[in-house]
Design a protein around this ligand. Structure first.
Ligand code: SF4
Length: 480
């Protein structure tokens, strides 16, 4: 059977999943990320290239290794990773990860793709909502389907005869309380929806990676985490500077360091990036991560070099204090927080590996909420307290006037602090995407991200818990 380029083979041993086993047994796992090429590439050519990458990975025998197949980093039109994955050897599919994107895919289509992945031996699927890209208009994105990763995870929840091993993503590199907490709350929703592990977005701030580990331990969520690391090239650096990599940001200090590394020669720049990768890989292992996913490797040879460098770093750093000292020297040169946003959830990060004794949480200042915002919230609450239980279209004109109603198939205003989720270009109702800017604005509209606003309202109402507890059902998007 052939579906959308996926060859159904049904040769799957449901009890065999080496990726899950290595996480369960605490074996540090290294995944090598393969970006799918654009859809102008023939799937057969993409498959051949993937086989070469897999061959390089299968040569690694001293730590668990696999591939992570993702969509294209900086553009929308890439081949479907699930389709290209069919080129991989049938006996090793349980080592690999496939990212399932909700961009321009309905939940029904995603359910079908997930079933086909499973039938082909790919049980390790990571749910992502998908990105918007520079050059796309807000109107275009509002007319696009973005299936929320929280809802995709519901499809992947392990059931009888469906031994999925699903993962969820998080962007921990947020530097205000209003942007950091909603990311964590959404991750917890993902665990509650069945995610068995988390993959962190690219970033270079190891304090933030420790913050993620500590926060999960603090909350009692002892789930494995995998850190996504990016080997920078001059071309990727330029793309990040232009804002072409959704959700990936560099502080001004770190950019200055990278520019100084670039000043002399490409070789010197590359040497500095390999060293940075070594430090991060060893740090993740010492901080309790279950693995890393390395991106930016554009050839099988680079995979082999990365494996050697990572192996050497594991041997070089076996003590957290030695590693922290080396990293601290490096961090002094490059402050990672994007000034003036410098919030970390804990005050004593890096003082030790594990959050025992219980870490000291940073005091969060009261939310900034103007009187007009407060009156507007109270007015909407007075007007539409039961909107989620009413027929769609009820009080449409009043909702349009006072809450920018977009006439969804199911109103969610009372569940979202009376902020319409359709004001988000992706229509996300269960938490933010990873692309919120450092100042809390939306990466796509430059207006305040709706979750920044909800967080401020939730703090004021003393109802922050609702942001992680309320699971809001999907609605159909209406093209406008
Ligand atoms: S409003 Fe927030 S969640 Fe929606 S796309 Fe913008 S940054 Fe992402």
């Amino acid at each position: 059977m052939v579906h959308d380029g996926l060859q159904l083979e049904i040769n799957f041993d449901p009890d065999k999943n080496r990726f899950r086993a290595s996480l369960d047994h605490g074996e540090f796992t290294v995944l090598f990320e393969c970006q799918m090429p654009g859809d102008d590439t023939a799937p057969s050519a993409a498959g051949e290239r993937l086989k070469e990458f897999e061959y390089a990975v299968l040569g690694i025998d001293d730590f668990p290794a696999g591939l992570a197949l993702t969509g294209r980093l900086t553009a929308a039109n890439s081949l479907n990773p699930a389709a290209v994955a069919a080129a991989l050897s049938t006996g090793n599919r349980d080592r690999h990860l496939i990212f399932l994107s909700g961009r321009e895919a309905t939940l029904e289509q995603l359910a079908e793709t997930a079933q086909l992945c499973l039938a082909n031996g790919f049980a390790n699927l990571v749910a992502v909502t998908g990105n918007t890209y520079p050059g796309e208009t807000v109107k275009e994105n509002r007319n696009r389907v973005f299936s929320d990763s929280v809802h995709i995870l519901e499809l992947l929840r392990p059931r009888e005869k469906q031994p999925f091993f699903p993962g969820g993503v998080i962007n921990p590199f947020k530097y205000t309380p209003e942007t950091a907490f909603p990311e964590y709350f959404k991750l917890i929703k993902k665990f509650r929806q069945g995610a068995a592990f988390a993959v962190a977005q690219f970033g270079w701030d190891m304090l933030k990676l420790q913050e993620l580990r500590w926060y999960l331990a603090y909350r009692g969520y002892h789930f494995p985490t995998v850190a996504r690391l990016l080997l920078l090239s001059p071309e990727l650096l330029e793309k990040i500077r232009r804002g072409d990599l959704p959700g990936v940001r560099l502080s001004a200090n770190f950019q200055a360091v990278l520019e100084s590394e670039l000043k002399y020669s490409r070789n010197q720049f590359e040497a500095a990036q390999w060293r940075r990768l070594e430090l991060q890989a060893a740090g993740c292992r010492l901080l309790g991560y279950s693995g890393i996913q390395i991106a930016g490797l554009n050839s099988p040879d680079k995979i082999k070099i990365a494996a050697q460098r990572v192996r050497a770093a594991f041997g070089e750093f076996i003590d957290f204090r030695d590693w922290a000292q080396e990293y601290a020297e490096y961090r002094v040169k490059a402050g990672m927080a994007p000034y003036p946003y410098q919030f970390y959830l804990f005050e004593d990060l890096f003082s030790r590996v594990h959050p025992e004794p219980v870490p000291v949480m940073t005091a969060v200042p009261p939310p900034e909420l103007s009187n007009p915002e407060k009156y507007s919230y109270l007015f909407r609450r007075f007007m539409f307290p039961r909107a989620h239980k009413q027929m769609p279209g009820t009080h449409y004109f009043a909702k349009k006037l006072f809450a920018s109603c977009q006439e969804c198939s199911h109103c969610r205003l009372p569940q979202t602090f009376y902020v319409c989720p359709e004001l988000c270009p992706k229509g996300l109702a269960n938490g933010p995407c990873g692309g919120v800017n450092a100042d809390g604005s939306c990466e796509h509209t430059d207006l305040e991200c709706i979750y920044n606003k909800m967080m401020r309202l939730a703090e004021w109402r003393n109802q922050v818990h609702r942001l992680e507890e309320e699971l809001i059902p999907p609605v159909e998007r209406h093209p406008r």
